[in-house]
Design a protein around this ligand. Structure first.
Ligand SMILES: Cc1cc2nc3c(=O)[nH]c(=O)nc-3n(C[C@H](O)[C@H](O)[C@H](O)COP(=O)(O)OP(=O)(O)OC[C@H]3O[C@@H](n4cnc5c(N)ncnc54)[C@H](O)[C@@H]3O)c2cc1C
Length: 474
């Protein structure tokens, strides 16, 4: 039998980017079509001393799924639903199956994923690696809380099944482990029973940051979802003003008509809004994606009332509520070639009000203002390097332009100082800027324990990527 050519000599090169566009690099690229093929790639990469990272849909904002000059293994060839229990809602998926695959499998049987991010495109591998959270994190916890079991291929080629009973320490390190401990090849998790294909949404305007915190505190006990949008341009007594969306599931008794919406075709959004194809909306957005334009957009969003009924609520399909950002395909292109970064700060409850006010005020003072601010409540979880904490997060999207890069990166360093002084942490799925010292300061002993596991399982440092090298994780 002829010898296989090496990966170094035969794998094609690709330029890949993070979702924020601003991080991009060239690497060798392979897309296996079976778990055995994936295992063989891991074996060969190790023997050729190539560094390997996995990639799902590339929805992490920074460099988590980039591997400059080395090897990127795209999991999207492995996208099958392996089993689905229509009575209990338990589902097993391959690593390249997406959140979209999951809800499309569940909805006709009356199930919705317990946890979804703001877009439906992330894969199971990416969701495990980052332990993603949703707008219901304060109640449902992160994605990992709902994972019952997963399969992993380690750097030595060993195949393991992990759960809270089987190798629990490793299970808790792989979830939120940034893909650095091995390839996740199967995920088994539960889904939530739903009786209606829509949620009831209550919009609440909050005149400043404290009012937004108060609104969450008051409403958390009776909400299934809570998310805040913040107008980051507002200052003075309006600093941190915004809009909270509270959403709740509806029972069959409350919403008899909602049953008919447990149908995938009724969940998807129409291809156009008022005659304008969604596919070109980002071009219109691009005209506004600058400081004056986004200041206006944020102000109008704050003052313009949403349409609701006499009870102060409106209904949204699960898809429309959960994946608002997906309603404008390719919206990231509105930022242009230099793209954007997202900086998401996670801070404990006790310091959050002061830290977030300081962050918003500092950005305004420096003239580097986020075009989109998103506010959430979180809770602690069991995963070793998880960003989950008894606290709050504020995600800030900043345009990167040839003219602002120096000021922007100076501001992100200031934000990092605010997060660390407040006892907070960073979230690798969103991060593009944190350095190894700051990451170590944030994660402390947890990072030391993670690195012990990493060095034991992967002494050669096979699994690594641009972010892992930047954060000192190899
Ligand atoms: C518009 C938008 C909204 C978002 N909203 C949220 C949100 O609300 N909450 C939230 O938590 N996140 C959110 N995210 C971030 C997103 O959920 C995460 O970045 C997620 O990890 C992306 O999954 P992916 O499949 O694209 O993975 P990628 O970005 O391609 O990779 C992410 C990580 O997963 C690893 N990985 C991928 N496959 C495997 C595998 N099989 N085995 C081991 N490791 C693997 C990669 O090596 C990498 O480290 C959002 C992203 C976007 C673009």
């Amino acid at each position: 039998m002829a010898a296989q050519p090496s990966i170094r000599s035969s794998a094609p090169w690709r330029v890949l980017d993070g979702f924020g566009i601003s991080a991009r690099s060239a690497s060798r690229y392979l897309q296996p079509q079976s778990v055995d093929e994936l295992a063989e790639i891991i074996r060969r990469a190790a023997s050729e001393d190539l560094k390997l990272t996995f990639r799902g849909s590339g929805r992490s904002y920074g460099d988590a799924a980039l591997n400059t000059g080395q090897l990127v293994v795209d999991n999207r060839g492995l996208s099958r639903v392996l089993s689905f229990d229509r009575e209990r809602g338990t589902i097993e998926l391959e690593p390249g199956a997406t959140i979209e695959t999951m809800w499309r499998t569940g909805v006709p049987a009356g199930f919705w994923p317990h946890v979804v991010p703001g877009t439906m495109y992330p894969t199971m591998g990416g969701c495990v690696a980052m332990n993603i959270h949703g707008k219901n994190c304060f109640k449902a916890g992160p994605y990992g809380d709902h994972v019952q079991e997963l399969d992993l291929i380690t750097a030595s080629g060993e195949r393991k099944t992990l759960s809270r009973e089987r190798e629990p320490e490793l299970f808790r390190a792989v979830i939120a482990g940034m893909g650095l401990l091995g390839a996740v090849t199967r995920v088994k998790l539960g889904m939530k029973k739903i009786e209606s294909g829509r949620v009831k949404v209550r919009p609440i305007t909050t005149p400043n940051l404290n009012a937004m915190f108060d609104c969450f505190v008051e409403r958390m006990p009776q909400s299934d979802y809570l998310v805040g949008w913040i107008d980051c341009f507002a200052g003075g007594s309006g600093l941190g003003r915004g809009l909270v969306h509270q959403a709740n599931y509806m029972s069959a008794a409350e919403d008899p008509a909602g049953r008919a919406l447990l149908d995938n075709d009724k969940q998807v959004l129409p291809p156009s809004i008022m005659g304008v194809p969604r596919s070109i909306l980002w071009r219109i957005m691009k005209l506004m994606t600058n400081d004056p334009g986004m200041k206006l957009v944020n102000a109008v969003k704050y003052v313009l009332p949403e349409t609701f009924d006499s009870s102060g609520t409106f209904t949204n399909t699960h898809v429309a509520f959960a994946f608002l950002l997906d309603s404008v395909p390719n919206w990231r292109n509105a930022y242009g070639d230099s793209g954007f970064i997202q900086y998401q700060m996670f801070v404990p409850d006790s310091t959050a009000r002061a830290a977030m006010a300081e962050a918003l005020e500092h950005c305004r003072k420096k003239g580097v203002v986020s075009y989109l601010g998103v506010f959430k409540r979180h809770k602690p979880d069991e995963f070793l390097l998880s960003h989950g904490l008894d606290g709050w997060s504020l995600a800030l999207d900043f345009a990167v332009t040839p003219g602002n890069a120096k000021d922007l990166f100076a501001v992100t360093r200031d934000l990092t100082r605010i997060v660390l002084d407040a006892g907070g942490v960073f979230y690798p799925a969103k991060d593009a800027v944190v350095n190894a010292d700051d990451f170590a300061r944030a994660y402390g002993d947890r990072l030391t324990r993670f690195l012990e596991i990493k060095h034991r399982l992967d002494p050669q440092g096979l699994f690594q990527n641009d972010q892992a090298r930047r954060l000192g994780l190899v």
